[in-house]
Ligand binder design. Structure first.
Ligand code: CMC
Length: 428
């Protein structure tokens, strides 16, 4: 196979190198194209554009493969834990026992947040969407740890920022919820594991005994693993591009949280449950909503369906669908919305519109059903996604810094007015 592509424009020919990844994926390297020819490429939504080489996550959308650092998502979901996966993504290898013990101890040590952060939290009105609160609290860490502002300061300082954000994110996430419902916050309980501590901060009430249900904690751990990274998606690309200006880890992750919020990305899990609820309230007529989704004059889309890269199946959705059945039966929850979800999936998978466009359930189609069974309120679903995606964002940011990547700055083709004369206000 050739390692050079030839581009012919206006009778001139340009040679462009072809690079190949470890899984034999090939790309035409156009990084010198503009210097050679004056031309740029255009690709709205970056559907065909690789922004980097990366050794974190491999994804094959045609075959439904997802691997973190070479390990399959199926293996990791079954055999690993969220914190071990976080270590793997961030540091590139599975930890040895002593390394893992130190990592867990470091994270546990830093779960508490500065008391002044409560004052910031108090400034948010009740009913604030917890995603907005979460991104603000994460960014506020820049003020409490100013040494984090310089990402080139030292490896130790960067690592400290990494540990701190991993440790404090569950506290922020639970506090964002407590603020939304107007309840007093709970402080971290460092005798508990990562997920159990989060659940206790989220659900414990001052006047009641709260014991973490191990079924719920285990299910949460698995969901976080499935969400932990997904290569160059909207939020990871945001984190990398913000970080490419040498903004701090906290500022970059805060931007990633905002990118995740939208319903076409992480916000889809909230949108899925809202959609399923609407279908139920409207009599449960699945076909009516399939028809709406197909109607080009109707803006309705089947939330939780389709994916930019998965064109056969989303491997995470397979694991989650099974987990949803397990968790619901273990918790003894009967959720009519699950039946609507299954009916919708079946109808869509047998409909030409969805088959032709290769639209399959994605990770968010079933995750909301599990979160609901766990008692997590709908508006917190995307916060749960952010909690899971955090190690991925950190790994992407760290890799971008270690590669010393240039500042992200796309070009454009201008299609506005040509130069014109400024008219006075009376001449307009
Ligand atoms: N319902 C109905 N039609 C759809 C849907 C859908 N959910 N998704 C795509 N289509 C159609 C779309 O109208 C278009 O049709 P046509 O070719 O006739 O114009 C075709 O399929 C291709 O869609 P696209 O919008 O060009 O594809 P994309 O790669 O730009 O968008 C997507 C991917 C995930 C944004 C989109 O499928 C979508 O909006 N899905 C619903 C939202 C959702 O579930 N998002 C979560 C993604 S998974 C979590 C994550 O990793 O972020």
């Amino acid at each position: 196979m050739s390692n050079v592509a030839e581009l012919k424009v206006d009778g001139k020919s340009y040679e462009l190198p072809i690079i190949e990844g470890s899984e034999k994926e090939r790309a035409i390297d156009i990084s010198k194209l503009r210097a050679q020819s004056g031309l740029i490429t255009i690709d709205p939504g970056f559907k065909n554009t690789g922004s980097t080489t990366s050794s974190i996550t491999f994804l094959d959308g045609e075959q439904g493969i997802l691997r973190y650092r070479g390990y399959s998502i199926e293996d990791l979901a079954e055999k690993s834990s969220f914190l071990e996966v976080a270590y793997l993504l961030i540091y590139g290898v599975l930890p040895k026992k002593d390394e893992f013990d130190t990592f867990k101890r470091d994270i546990t040590t830093h779960t508490l947040v500065h008391e002044d952060i409560k004052k910031i939290l108090d400034g948010f009105p009740s009913n604030s969407h917890p995603m907005g609160t979460l991104s603000s609290l994460v960014c506020s860490l820049t003020a409490f740890y100013p040494e984090s502002l310089d990402p080139n300061r030292s490896w130790e300082a960067t690592n400290m920022s990494i540990i701190r954000i991993l440790a404090k994110m569950p506290t922020f996430a639970a506090w964002a919820y407590k603020n939304e419902v107007g309840h007093p916050v709970n402080y971290p309980d460092n005798s508990l594991d990562y997920c159990s501590n989060f659940l206790k901060m989220m659900f414990a009430l001052p006047a009641e005994q709260y014991d973490v249900d191990p079924v719920v904690a285990d299910a949460l751990d698995k969901l976080l693993i499935l969400h932990a990274d997904h290569e160059q998606n909207c939020s990871a690309s945001t984190v990398r591009i913000v970080g490419s200006s040498k903004a701090s880890l906290y500022a970059s992750v805060s931007a990633g949280i905002n990118a995740l919020w939208g319903p076409l990305h992480g916000g889809a899990n909230q949108a899925v449950i809202e959609m399923l609820e609407n279908i139920k309230a409207d009599g449960g007529d699945v076909k009516k909503y399939i028809d709406k989704a197909k109607d080009k004059d109707d803006s309705f889309r089947l939330m939780g369906f389709g994916h930019r890269v998965y064109k056969n199946f989303d491997p995470r959705a397979r694991i989650i669908k099974k987990a949803a059945d397990d968790v619901l039966s273990k918790l003894g929850v009967q959720d009519p919305v699950l039946d609507i979800a299954k009916g919708l999936e079946e109808a869509a998978l047998n409909d030409d519109y969805f088959v032709e466009r290769k639209l399959y359930p994605n990770v968010d189609f079933y995750s909301g059903i599990i979160y609901r069974a766990m008692g997590i309120p709908t508006e917190m679903f995307t916060v749960m996604f952010a909690l899971g995606r955090l190690p991925g964002w950190i790994a992407q940011w760290k890799e971008m810094r270690e590669n010393n990547e240039p500042i992200g700055r796309p070009r454009q083709i201008y299609v506005g007015s040509n130069q014109r004369t400024y008219p006075s206000i009376d001449e307009r």
